[in-house]
Design a protein around this ligand. Structure first.
Ligand SMILES: Nc1ncnc2c1ncn2[C@@H]1O[C@H](COP(=O)(O)OP(=O)(O)OP(=O)(O)O)[C@@H](O)[C@H]1O
Ligand SMILES: [Mg+2]
Length: 378
């Protein structure tokens, strides 16, 4: 709906003459005016059209305005639709309260003042237009941020591969040449050259190792090859060495099934971010990670014994969370899952629950041997 797109206004009254007069009064608003001669007809029209404002007579035979408002409100699509009652008889405050409780947002009494009717209807029509635009923008934002995450994953995978296959291979070739020099240079006179070649060779070794770790951290090869658990074990091993934190991984069932590749990537990134947060913010000594797959859902928890997360973060206040937790939330939303952060005594718990029932099936538990895993993880 664009800024000036028309919205539908439903006018309900059992007297055709009144409907005609409302139509004349509201004509200059330039919106779509729809007429209904009874409550029943109004309900039928509501099911077929998206309506911004309902203008209706309080007293109608068969189904009066209050009853109609109550039925309209029961439909999830119309819980926020503006309902304006027109009342020919004097309504007491108690009557009005009854109307408000059943979903009225405003009243107009007879004789209707055209300017007042137009002003009220146009305010609600505009509100509806704005709410609709906001909803569209939100939807677009969600779509954009999820495609951004997917693009980021693809980009990391591509850079990881290029680093490994491009720079990694060039360095290996350079090492072969330098080792060749080392092998050929013999005798006293060339000891300087030999030492230089030996230094260069070990420098290249270190560079190869670094390219390997950067490439693997960008996208663990094990994730695609043999799945989430091997990738997590590999990551935890490196993380424990780098951080000095003691980590424990608990998995259920032991024969963990393969999950769809996007979900495995999401869980890996979530654990990676949660652990990086423990290292950066928690001042913890221990960290426990669990990954459980049962009753059609995967539950992942990361718990530490550090200083504990602050309340603003557990409430996901935008000014307190960063890219990390923001990214975790976005990834989980993609799968219809939930994230919970809790401050424990001591420490912090990050808990993620993702339903797997509606996801496409992934190839079953990988039967790759531990020797293959070890060689890929090296
Ligand atoms: N395990 C933890 N223990 C204590 N505080 C934590 C823990 N995890 C997160 N926090 C708090 O939550 C805040 C938000 O975390 P988040 O990962 O969103 O952002 P960040 O780590 O500060 O930055 P980045 O955008 O690089 O991830 C952190 O700044 C930190 O204060
Ligand atoms: Mg972080």
């Amino acid at each position: 709906m664009s800024v000036h797109e028309k919205v539908n206004i439903l006018m309900v009254d059992d007297q055709p003459a009144k409907l005609l007069s409302y139509e004349v009064m509201l004509g200059e608003l330039g919106e779509n005016l729809i007429r209904a001669n009874s409550g029943r007809e109004a309900l039928e029209l509501l099911l077929k059209n998206e309506v911004a404002v309902v203008l209706m007579d309080v007293s109608m035979p068969e189904l009066d305005g209050f009853e109609l408002a109550e039925i309209i409100r029961q439909h999830p699509r119309y819980q926020k639709t503006a309902i304006i009652f027109i009342s020919a008889v004097h309504l007491t405050d108690l009557d009005r309260l009854k109307g408000y409780q059943r979903g009225a947002v405003d009243y107009i009494s007879v004789p209707v003042v055209p300017e007042l009717l137009r002003a009220k209807v146009s305010v609600f029509a505009e509100l509806h237009r704005r709410a609709h635009q906001l909803e569209m923008l939100n939807r677009e934002l969600r779509r954009l941020s999820s495609s951004l995450i997917a693009m980021q994953d693809d980009e990391r995978r591509r850079i990881a591969r290029e680093l490994h296959d491009g720079l990694g291979q060039e360095l290996t070739a350079a090492k072969m040449i330098v080792d060749g020099i080392l092998f050929q240079e013999k005798g006293e006179a060339s000891s300087f050259k030999r030492n230089a070649a030996a230094d260069a060779s070990s420098l290249i070794d270190r560079a190869i190792q670094q390219v390997r770790s950067i490439s693997h951290l960008l996208h663990p090869p094990l994730l695609d090859e043999v799945g989430l658990l091997s990738a997590l074990r590999w990551f935890l091993e490196g993380f424990t060495k780098r951080s000095g934190l003691h980590t424990v991984l608990e998995v259920e069932p032991q024969e963990f099934p393969r999950l769809p590749s996007e979900l495995e990537t999401a869980i890996f990134r979530i654990v990676q971010e949660a652990l990086n947060n423990v290292f950066r913010h928690a001042k913890a000594r221990n960290c426990w990670i669990t990954v459980k797959h049962a009753s059609g859902q995967v539950t992942v928890t990361v718990r530490d014994d550090g200083k504990g997360v602050e309340q603003g973060v557990t409430e996901f206040r935008p000014d307190r969370i960063g890219m990390g937790i923001g990214g975790i939330r976005q990834r989980i939303k993609e799968f219809g899952g939930e994230l919970r952060l809790a401050r424990l005594n001591p420490g912090t718990l990050v808990e993620v629950v993702i339903p797997t029932k509606s996801l496409p099936q992934a190839p079953q538990t990988s039967k790759v041997s531990s020797a293959v895993v070890a060689s890929i993880a090296k």
